[in-house]
Write a protein that binds this ligand. Structure first.
Ligand code: B12
Length: 475
């Protein structure tokens, strides 16, 4: 069959991200014998016209839509992305009535709500590389596919979700042929990193998080040797700035160590990074292994440095782990981004001050501290129940597609914002969501790339903020 696969993400902030999932699924469909055309909308000026043209010229038997983002998770400057999805599906429907299959991280988060927005489509919930070819097989045989494991759909107004098949899992790390599917120069010119996964799944139980819903709550590990091979191949193809997009890179720690050891054994000129490290299984041995493996940047996701909040978020680590992680970082050279989320359950003025104080005292000035304020509430998470119990949420789950946010009732959002701004005014290495969503960021990325800088750009946060402030900007 002829498959038109559309990657719908057009969000270039904080930088464009290469649609790894769409590429993996495209490759899987092709291996199953289909002819695949991947249309990546990221840099396309008139996406609907382009889709229309592709449908006319290509006449696909099936259209697949990869849908990554629902919104930008930003309480102050909220952007909702799914209006575009409705326009895309309407455009497809005016041209063709072939099956339209949705997939991507957003479907793991809120399958029912998204399908109600575009009820003529069917969805694959979770990994697509096995289910999508099976679905195509059924479609090619004109068999019904509404009962297929791993899919969901709306029938006569009723949402139906078929639990996932005990999916076979390939331990080999996939290496999408990015050059073939994507406009790589456009991505690289905006400081995009090349995504790769060492595992899927997340065993943590953070109250707000959707990762277990998207990837499952047990870790399925890729074989370290195959990860090293993937890095070698990507780097040889000129894709040197590689980012591990695991839910948490160092969980389980032994696997992260094995991956680093395998990477240190092979010759590669890749520059590796990962933004999601847990401070609990973080020690000198791990960082040394990461340095030897070729890491040039890492991020530690703390959310808070205060125990009542860490407990409220069920992070599974304590402020002691947080302080120890800071000591470890100080003994090494890899640039580090520290990621915080203020306003969670248990947050008070005092706990906010404790976290800001930690960041001010223990984060090296050349590293960066990123602060998000307010937490996106997703249906089905423990945070949803907490918000309802505390009286801060009355919307039914079906109305939570447009984002709703949690802020601890013991705190007012305005005070939080002001406190953070004060801290940012005295520390040039502190940034917030507004910095990540700044409209100048794509231009800054392009200029930085032309100047020969390489990701991660956050290493230069202090210089960039100072420069912009000298021109009178309040950043
Ligand atoms: C790593 C990551 C990042 C990195 C990306 C680095 C990089 N170089 O790629 C960074 C930090 C930059 C980032 C940024 C953002 N992210 Co992010 N990110 C992730 C994370 C942890 C992993 C994504 C990933 O690559 N997975 C691996 C690939 C292989 O999986 P996949 O794409 O889902 O594809 C599989 C399936 O979905 C399916 N599939 C995919 N497409 C299709 C298509 C069809 C037809 C089918 C059948 C199946 C299918 O099959 C694929 C293979 O199994 C997810 C959470 C998660 N665990 O998924 C959040 C996540 C995707 N991010 C999210 C968000 C919100 C953002 C930001 C908007 C945050 C912000 N304000 O800055 C930005 C947006 C960036 C952009 N330009 O779009 C949300 C999106 C949902 C939502 N709430 O809107 C997620 C789900 C986290 C969350 N909050 O729940 N992110």
């Amino acid at each position: 069959m002829k498959i038109l696969l559309i990657s719908t993400n057009r969000n270039t902030l904080p930088m464009p991200v290469m649609p790894i999932g769409a590429c993996i699924v495209a490759h899987a469909a092709e291996r199953a014998g289909h002819t695949v055309f991947l249309l990546d909308l990221m840099f396309i000026k008139a996406p609907l016209a382009r889709i229309d043209a592709a449908l006319t010229r290509w006449k696909p038997d099936v259209v697949g839509l990869s849908v990554r983002n629902i919104d930008n998770n930003d309480m102050q400057g909220t952007v909702f992305f799914l209006d575009d999805l409705q326009d895309i599906v309407n455009t497809i429907r005016t041209r063709t009535s072939v099956p339209t299959i949705l997939g991507g991280a957003s479907l793991g988060v809120m399958p029912e709500q998204i399908l109600r927005l575009v009820p003529t489509a069917c969805a694959v919930v979770g990994d697509g590389e096995l289910v999508f070819p099976q679905l195509l097989e059924r479609i090619s045989r004109h068999e019904s596919f509404r009962d297929m494991p791993g899919t969901a759909s709306i029938e006569n107004g009723v949402f139906r979700r078929n639990s996932s098949a005990a999916s076979e899992f390939s331990p080999t790390c996939p290496v999408p042929d990015y050059h073939r599917w994507l406009n790589i120069p456009a991505y690289l010119s905006q400081m995009a990193t090349v995504p790769i996964q060492t595992k899927t799944g997340c065993q943590f139980q953070c109250v707000y998080c959707t990762y277990p819903k998207i990837e499952g709550s047990s870790c399925r590990l890729k074989e370290p040797g195959s990860i090293a091979d993937a890095v070698v191949r990507l780097a040889a193809a000129g894709l040197r700035d590689i980012e591990f997009v695991d839910s948490v890179f160092n969980a389980p720690r032994e696997h992260a160590m094995e991956v680093c050891t395998a990477l240190a054994r092979v010759r590669h000129d890749a520059r590796l990074q990962c933004l999601e490290l847990n401070p609990r299984d973080f020690d000198d041995g791990l960082v040394t292994a990461m340095e030897r493996a070729g890491f040039v940047g890492m991020g530690i996701t703390l959310e808070s440095a205060s125990d009542p909040v860490l407990q409220g978020l069920r992070k599974g680590f304590t402020s002691r782990d947080v302080h120890q992680a800071a000591e470890v970082v100080r003994r090494h050279r890899i640039p580090c981004a520290w990621i915080f989320m203020l306003g969670g359950p248990g947050e008070t003025r005092e706990t906010v001050r404790e976290t800001l104080q930690f960041a001010g005292r223990h984060i090296r000035p050349r590293d960066v501290a990123f602060f998000n304020t307010g937490i996106r509430i997703y249906p089905g998470t423990e945070l949803e129940s907490i918000a309802r119990t505390q009286g801060g949420l009355s919307l039914p789950p079906e109305e939570m597609l447009a984002p709703v946010f949690y802020v601890s009732p013991e705190l007012d959002a305005e005070w939080l914002d002001q406190e953070l701004k004060k801290a940012m005014n005295s520390r040039m290495n502190f940034i917030n969501m507004a910095s990540m969503g700044h409209s100048l960021l794509p231009t800054i990325h392009r200029i930085s790339h032309k100047l020969g800088l390489r990701p991660p750009l956050w290493r230069h946060t202090g210089i960039i903020r100072r420069g912009l402030r000298m021109t009178g900007m309040d950043v």
